[in-house]
Design a protein around this ligand. Structure first.
Ligand SMILES: Nc1ncnc2c1ncn2[C@@H]1O[C@H](COP(=O)(O)OP(=O)(O)OP(=O)(O)O)[C@@H](O)[C@H]1O
Ligand SMILES: [Mg+2]
Length: 322
């Protein structure tokens, strides 16, 4: 078994809003090994970003974490001092967000911002010239043409695809151990999004870091990661090695989720799962999927299923398999 880098155990996250308390994460279990590539999928609103923001400890101000642990090499991120977590964000784990514009400051040049990240990501005392060299090197890695010129540009002067590449470059500088890519390039056109995902895949491979990739582009996820987690309404409901998950999904939600993806080969209208993600103020007791599940049994309404192994690294949280 691989050495573990991140281990999330029984994590609960609530959001306080005017109408009450949204009970979003409901006992999340999740692991990433050293140098492992992991995918995370599930429909909009299921808690993917919330889970990853918990790891970075950058949850919104109205978030509450009543229970759980997030171990980074055995140490609980939730209990670390502000200094410790900041150091991890500078040197070890970094996150790329969906919207590349939000992560860049419009009033500084790309060079100023990138060199700032480089400066704080290392204990070495780099000269301005050395920082510039490293900045140029990382811009070349993300396949940006004419890096010298780009360093002098302000973000507004560049295209969306170029800005997303710069964000990847900035994230790479700090991601010496883990890169979390949360739907990178989703608001760019599909071809560019695909290019970005492939680029990220190649870079983590070359650098030997771990990655957590969140994406709706299931085809691309399939080609890039070793293992995939499926999330539904605040729980990981299934996890398996990539090939097995796509060829033999067993959780009724995963099976439904794959049916909603239009097949590349066949025509046919995608068959959606009936219903929608539950209300997080009053979520269903027991398995949160039971109201939408065609196999629901009496126990599903009363007890929450936990992830259980069915062999070969395949785990499922469903009473059908207990
Ligand atoms: N700061 C917040 N305050 C209140 N509710 C929030 C907050 N952040 C997220 N939520 C809610 O928590 C739920 C999970 O959100 P999250 O962004 O984690 O989902 P997601 O799986 O990343 O979805 P998407 O695929 O759309 O990005 C959603 O219902 C969302 O509206
Ligand atoms: Mg999200």
């Amino acid at each position: 078994m691989n050495e573990q880098l991140i281990e999330i155990h029984d994590l609960y996250v609530n959001y306080k809003i005017y109408e009450g308390i949204l009970k979003v994460l409901n006992g999340v279990e999740f692991r990433v090994g050293v140098k492992e590539k992991v995918g995370l999928i599930g429909e909009s609103g299921c808690g993917k970003t919330t889970t990853m923001r918990s790891v970075m400890r950058i949850l919104a101000d109205n978030a509450i974490v009543p229970k759980g642990s997030i171990l980074y090499k055995g140490r609980d991120i939730l209990k670390m001092s502000e200094e410790e977590i900041q150091r991890i964000r500078r040197e070890s784990i970094s996150m790329i967000f969906q919207d590349p514009t939000a992560a860049l400051n419009p009033v500084f040049t790309v060079g100023d911002q990138l060199m700032d990240v480089i400066k704080y990501s290392t204990k070495e005392n780099l000269t301005k010239e050395e920082m510039k060299e490293r900045a140029i090197k990382v811009l070349k890695e993300v396949a940006l043409p004419d890096p010298e010129r780009i360093l002098k540009n302000y973000p507004i002067m560049l295209s969306g695809g170029m800005r997303q590449r710069i964000c990847i470059a900035m994230a790479l500088v700090s991601a010496n151990e883990l890169l979390i890519a949360d739907e990178p390039g989703t608001n760019l056109d599909v071809t560019i999004q695909d290019q970005i995902l492939r680029l990220i895949g190649r870079l983590v491979e070359e650098r030997g870091t771990s990655i957590i990739l969140i994406s709706h582009a299931l085809g691309t996820v399939k080609g890039l990661v070793d293992r995939v987690y499926v999330m539904y309404a605040g729980n990981m409901v299934e996890v398996a090695p990539t090939k097995e998950l796509f060829s033999e999904p067993i959780h009724p939600y995963t099976i439904g989720l794959f049916k909603t993806v239009p097949k590349l080969t066949g025509g046919g209208i995608p068959e959606a799962i009936k219903g929608r993600i539950p209300d997080y103020i009053n979520p269903p007791q027991g398995c949160r999927f039971f109201p939408r599940c065609e196999h629901a049994m009496p126990i599903c309404k009363k007890e929450k299923p936990s992830l259980k192994s069915v062999g070969g690294g395949h785990e499922v949280a469903c009473f059908l398999y207990e």
